[in-house]
Design a protein around this ligand. Structure first.
Ligand code: SF4
Length: 477
């Protein structure tokens, strides 16, 4: 089966990269077969990871696993889905980094333990994963992957608690960092969200049972009803009786990743009580209220710059146009690690419409500037298409600090805004002017107090200590 296919997110190499998406479904009765539902759930979360996909089902007696590299429809065809029996399932889509692309890290992971067979899938990253791993290795554990999920599984397997929910609740107290976890045994599904609420996780009702998913768009795509978001610190148990909260870990603060709303989440998803598309439009309005230049036309950098561009155009009273077309079908073969290939990739991927841009003063809205290379190339393409002036507006504050919670890049050396003033950045990307939304404007648009958001990549104020995470990141460089 071919596993090389369209890697849309990989094409967004100038953007922060999400690490994963998870799904869990527990059917109301044992005759329900949920593999095809889980497949559709993963399909809805494809934007969160394109490197690999995997699914584990339970028929009440055994766990059944299938996973592989590539997009969801590359990994699973009907034959594969038919070979996954059962009324409960978890699934995972993954975006590996260059440093941990090894196939052994593909999730879900499955082990046998004193609690029976267990499968796990995770989104996020533990900042104390290195310490926990060292403790396990010192005690003689044998690990096969580089994942935090395997650490969590090993800790659960060592627990002396009498049942699985008790063991998971005990282990969650040891974890520091950002995570949304789904764990499947023969007869129950557990879902946990980190006490900061950094990683999103939603709970929904389907005709055939209950679903948890990284984003609410997966619930909607399956025709389900969104019940609520899994609370920060909550351990949910889903079984034959429905669902219940087993544990609610306390936390001094919340810290939803601001980039979920800015870029990662699908525009039709709800996070922190807000719809991502409307939030992006509101960020665009804030940008226009904070500073607006004379421009003839507003365009969005496809795709996630388009929603803020609509809000910007509305607030500034400047016409919105589609100025650049994105080719969504550029294959992996273009992504060779040479500068010439990368330049060609941008050209193939983005094509400006000269008839819209020629002779115009253009305000272009993008969601973020990470390495700066893509922004510079986009501005070059707009000028080649005849734009007289190009004014860049960015729907996030300058990205100056690495993320230790599972978002790439995790190296400060890759961040173009680090150590540069906005004027230096403007000069670097070749814009006539450059304006970022303020932290205050961003928080206003999200309608979430700054204190309840993670803004660490803009401020350096990390909601949980990144000491161990720093070690992990530097080791990987
Ligand atoms: S540091 Fe930035 S990318 Fe990482 S979780 Fe916080 S807001 Fe999100």
């Amino acid at each position: 089966m071919p596993h090389e296919s369209v890697m849309t997110s990989e094409l967004d190499f100038g953007k922060p990269q999400e690490a994963c998406g998870v799904v869990g479904i527990f059917g109301d009765n044992r005759s329900t077969n949920v593999a095809s539902l889980c497949y559709l759930g993963l399909y809805a979360l494809q934007h969160r990871g394109q490197e690999s996909a995997g699914m584990v089902t339970s028929d009440g007696k055994n766990l059944w696993l299938d996973k592989g590299p590539g997009l969801v429809p590359d990994v699973f065809n009907q034959e594969h889905i038919d070979r996954l029996p059962g009324h409960a399932a978890i699934g995972h889509v993954r975006l590996a980094t260059d440093k941990d692309r090894h196939v052994v890290n593909t999730q879900p992971l499955v082990v046998r333990s004193t609690f029976g067979s267990l499968a796990i899938a995770q989104n996020g990253s533990l900042v104390n994963g290195g310490d926990l791993k060292k403790g396990l290795l010192d005690a003689g554990a044998v690990l096969q992957t580089d994942t935090d999920s395997e650490i969590v599984l090993n800790l659960i397997a060592k627990s002396k608690q009498k049942d699985l929910p008790g063991a998971v609740a005990e282990i969650l107290k040891l974890l520091k960092g950002a995570y949304a976890l789904v764990i499947l045994s023969e007869n129950m599904l557990l879902a946990a969200r980190d006490p900061l609420g950094n990683r999103p996780l939603s709970l929904g009702r389907l005709d055939e049972g209950y679903i948890v998913a990284s984003e609410s768009c997966a619930v909607a795509n399956l025709g389900g009803e969104l019940l609520r978001e899994v609370q920060p610190g909550e351990l949910l148990v889903l079984d034959q009786s429905g669902y219940y909260t087993h544990t609610l870990l306390p936390s001094d603060r919340k810290a939803l990743c601001a980039f979920e709303h800015i870029y990662f989440a699908r525009p039709d998803s709800r996070l922190g009580g807000q719809n991502a598309y409307l939030v992006r439009k509101a960020i665009g309005r804030e940008l226009a209220l904070e500073s607006v230049v004379e421009a003839d036309v507003v365009i969005g950098a496809p795709d996630s710059g388009i929603s803020p561009a609509l809000g910007f155009a509305e607030a500034a009273g400047i016409p919105f146009e589609t100025g650049v077309i994105k080719n969504r079908y550029v294959g992996r073969a273009f992504l060779q690690p040479t500068q010439a290939r990368r330049d060609l990739t941008v050209r193939i991927k983005l094509n400006p419409i000269a008839e819209v841009l020629d002779g115009k003063r253009v305000a272009v809205i993008d969601d973020s500037i990470v390495r700066g290379t893509t922004s510079g190339k986009l501005i070059g393409l707009l000028r080649e298409a005849g734009a007289r002036e190009v004014h860049m507006y960015v729907a996030s504050p300058p990205y100056r600090y690495p993320c230790f919670y599972g978002i790439e890049p995790s190296s400060k050396n890759e961040l173009v805004a680090r150590g540069r003033t906005v004027e230096e950045l403007r000069s670097f990307i070749g814009a006539n002017s450059l304006q970022y939304v303020s932290l205050e404007g961003l928080a206003r648009a999200l309608e979430i107090p700054k204190e309840e958001l993670c803004l660490a990549c803009f401020t350096g104020d990390y909601p949980v200590s990144a000491t161990d995470g720093c070690k992990k990141a530097s080791k990987r460089l």
